[in-house]
Write a protein that binds this ligand. Structure first.
Ligand SMILES: *[C@@H]1O[C@H](CO)[C@@H](O)[C@H](O)[C@H]1NC(C)=O
Ligand SMILES: *[C@@H]1O[C@H](CO)[C@@H](O)[C@H](O)[C@H]1NC(C)=O
Ligand SMILES: *[C@@H]1O[C@H](CO)[C@@H](O)[C@H](O)[C@H]1NC(C)=O
Length: 464
């Protein structure tokens, strides 16, 4: 009897502990992240084995996850960022392994075929694209160790791509709405901005201005300004802390690790996890885990799958282990919630007026209540050109003389968005220098839109 009870108790304990191993979901409070009552600082790497120009979902192969998680643990990491996944694949094993290792995921929702095309943002913001985005949310919303989603990465990459900003912000708004309707918790949605000085402050303000339902939950900066044994002041980090002080959402470095001086000493770690920066910044992600063509790796993955660590790896490990997080709120403002002021229009710098966003394409609104339906994975159609159904809706509305456009094109921007000639001149993927998407089919021919709609209808009951 006693024996039995003990056995049952230990069995129960085993069951409970395997369940309760789940990490505490991260919450945004004011301008910082919290795990329960404790401030959370991102200690992470960007994880894109195979490189930025070869699409590969790194969260499918359980053995590869196991191999790499050993190194994440050895480095003392608590977060990784993944740039693209196959939303139709099974990620349970890798996500569980990460959770068991105490590691959260930040996930970009775009793929080479599904992103806001900076050269043609109006057409790329469409129902088929949103189906992809929402289905990706469905695939990951159940994981407690999902820290958050990036709606986009580096879409605005200079002074004359700012007209894509309203479309990116519309995606943030739509994702927040979808999460509110279809997920059990408030999963943070953010944007990862390119390392450009001309309008990054405008970007930060723009994505945090206007209506609450449209504002982002976190702002990532890709930042390569600390090179070699620089310092808080020489790198300009001090200025960034000043510039963004008072910003009401968490900020962090979504990519960092300049390679002008190698091996990288990673002395910025000492500043990043100190009170020099902790009132504004919540840590960051080193670009990147594996050595690829662009030479930003910490480790090399050999062709037989074995790993060798670079000097950068050892330097990062020792810097991380000696940098303890500042305690308590560490200067954060957990009750801050004020919207930023929308940046003002400035020709050649920020060519967006006010905060008007394009409305969600008419047919995409049914996803909010009914769910997105079947994920189409990476072999789904290229949504960058448009969606025939949306075009038909818009034409029908125009014919009726309606003033509300059903989808793209209603945002106030300076340049004519959605011009067909612009699309042809750019690779257009919503990614930047360091993580640009593959461009496998540059001279793409006409799209089989019917297949898009047909495959979507197979997976969901759509109100047409
Ligand atoms: C955009 O800006 C770049 C400089 O950053 C310039 O070379 C290019 O001509 C501009 N393109 C347009 C369409 O204005
Ligand atoms: C991208 O879209 C094209 C055309 O719609 C499709 O044939 C292809 O399988 C998709 N996926 C990839 C990875 O190219
Ligand atoms: C999808 O279309 C965009 C826009 O033209 C293009 O840049 C991208 O390479 C295409 N994706 C694939 C996988 O071919």
């Amino acid at each position: 009897m006693v024996k039995y009870t003990l056995f049952a108790a230990s069995l129960m304990a085993g069951l409970i502990s395997s369940v309760s191993a789940a990490l505490t979901p991260i919450e945004v409070k004011g301008n910082a992240f919290y795990a329960g009552d404790e401030r959370f600082f991102i200690r992470g790497v960007d994880y894109l084995p195979g490189g930025s120009s070869n699409f590969k979902d790194p969260l499918i192969d359980a053995d590869e996850c196991k191999r790499d998680i050993e190194y994440f643990k050895d480095l003392g990491l608590n977060t990784i960022r993944v740039y693209s996944v196959d939303n139709s694949a099974d990620h349970d094993d890798c996500m569980k392994q990460l959770d068991d290792a105490g590691i959260y995921l930040i996930l970009d929702v775009n793929t080479p075929n599904n992103s806001i095309n900076r050269a043609n943002p109006g057409n790329s913001y469409n129902t088929a694209y949103l189906q992809h985005v929402f289905a990706t949310i469905d695939s990951f919303k159940g994981y407690d160790n999902l820290l958050g989603f990036f709606a986009a990465n580096e879409v605005i990459n200079n002074e004359n791509t700012t007209s894509s900003a309203p479309y990116v912000k519309a995606v943030i708004r739509d994702m927040k709405q979808y999460i509110k309707a279809q997920a059990k918790r408030a999963i943070p949605v953010g944007y990862s901005a390119a390392d450009i000085s001309i309008n990054r402050e405008q970007q930060a303000k723009y994505f945090n201005c206007g209506e609450d339902e449209e504002r982002l939950d976190m702002f990532g900066m890709n930042d390569y300004s600390w090179c070699g044994k620089s310092s808080f002041t020489v790198s300009g980090y001090d200025q960034k802390v000043k510039d963004y002080s008072g910003y009401s959402r968490p900020m962090f470095l979504s990519e960092f690790g300049c390679i002008e001086v190698t091996p990288r000493p990673f002395t910025e770690i000492g500043s990043l996890y100190s009170t020099d920066m902790s009132s504004v910044f919540s840590g960051g992600l080193v670009y990147e885990y594996s050595e690829e063509e662009n030479k930003y790796g910490l480790v090399s993955i050999k062709s037989d799958g074995s790993i060798t660590t670079k000097t950068d790896y050892n330097n990062l490990k020792s810097q991380l282990s000696s940098a303890t997080n500042p305690t308590g709120d560490a200067g954060a403002s957990p009750t801050a919630d004020a919207a930023s002021e929308c940046p003002t229009y400035e020709a050649g710098v920020w060519e967006v007026e006010g905060s008007d966003l394009p409305s969600m394409p008419k047919r995409a609104s049914s996803f909010i209540s009914d769910g997105a339906g079947k994920p189409l994975g990476t072999t789904g159609p290229n949504t960058s050109y448009g969606d025939e159904g949306d075009v038909a809706d818009n034409e029908a509305m125009a014919a009726q003389g309606s003033t509300t456009a059903a989808s793209s094109g209603s945002a106030k921007t300076s340049s004519a968005s959605g011009s067909a000639s612009a699309a042809a001149s750019s690779s257009g993927a919503a990614t930047g220098v360091h993580a640009s998407m593959p461009n496998l089919l540059s001279p793409v021919v006409a799209l089989p839109f019917a297949i898009v709609m047909l495959s979507m209808m197979l997976g969901t009951v759509m109100v047409v």
